[in-house]
Design a protein. Structure first.
Lengths: 114, 109
């Protein structure tokens, strides 16, 4: 079982370009999340999806969009990248069913926007 | 929203005990999590508290006081591999997590 995979591992992108970060989980979790992690700020929620077909905005959604066409995939798109979007991006998933419903994280994508 | 505070850095000696405090102010509380994150890696789950009291899991223990908005993570018998960042996270009633900035623990020989 792979758990959660993210692609690419790292990317250098010119400002203004469009970029999609991919996230796939094989645990059949109903909820998925995208975070960015910046030094001194910790993990901040960008967007989330509680179930396939639904999405919601987190703490820092501007400049990002997501879709959840099925249970396994949750891509994050930067329509027109800006240098302030340079960060490490983590995808996570959880099975929201009561109790801990622990979030499990993918390995991350390191994105640099120049 | 959530306001979560934890110390930025702590240093301790191998074999010692370290306590990482976390205070929070929340508009809705539905559990507190501790994650461990080694440099360049993803966060991994350590512990979960939803009721007041102490949860013990091997060398790691976590405590919660909901009335005080306070938690701590206790790391006993420190090992070099425990050098990492420790993230406190509070879950709200919508099952979304808010994270503190993390505490970097350095274990010295």
């Amino acid at each position: 079982i792979a758990g959660i995979t993210q692609a690419p591992t790292s990317q250098i992108l010119a400002a203004g370009r469009r970029m999609t970060l991919r996230c796939t989980q094989d645990m059949r979790h109903n909820a998925m999340y995208w975070y960015r992690q910046d030094l001194g700020l910790g993990l901040r929620l960008i967007h989330y999806s509680n179930t396939a077909g639904t999405t919601g905005k987190g703490e820092v959604p501007d400049g990002y969009s997501v879709s959840r066409a099925n249970t396994d995939d949750f891509p994050l798109t930067l329509a027109s990248a800006v240098p302030s979007q340079t960060s490490v991006y983590f995808c996570a998933s959880s099975d929201v069913a009561g109790g801990p419903d622990t979030q499990y994280f993918g390995p991350g994508t390191r994105l640099t926007v120049l | 929203g959530q306001n979560i505070d934890q110390p930025t850095e702590m240093t301790a000696t191998e074999g010692a005990i370290v306590q990482i405090n976390c205070t929070y102010q929340t508009s809705g509380f539905n559990g507190l999590f501790w994650y461990q994150q080694h440099a360049g890696e993803a966060p991994t789950f350590l512990s979960y508290n939803v009721l007041d009291g102490l949860e013990e899991k091997g060398r790691f223990s976590s405590f919660l006081s909901r009335s005080k908005g306070y938690s701590y993570l206790l790391l006993k018998e420190l090992q070099m591999k425990d050098s990492a960042s420790y993230l406190c996270a509070v879950r709200d009633s919508d099952y979304k997590l808010s994270f503190g900035a993390g505490t970097t623990v350095t274990v010295r020989a």
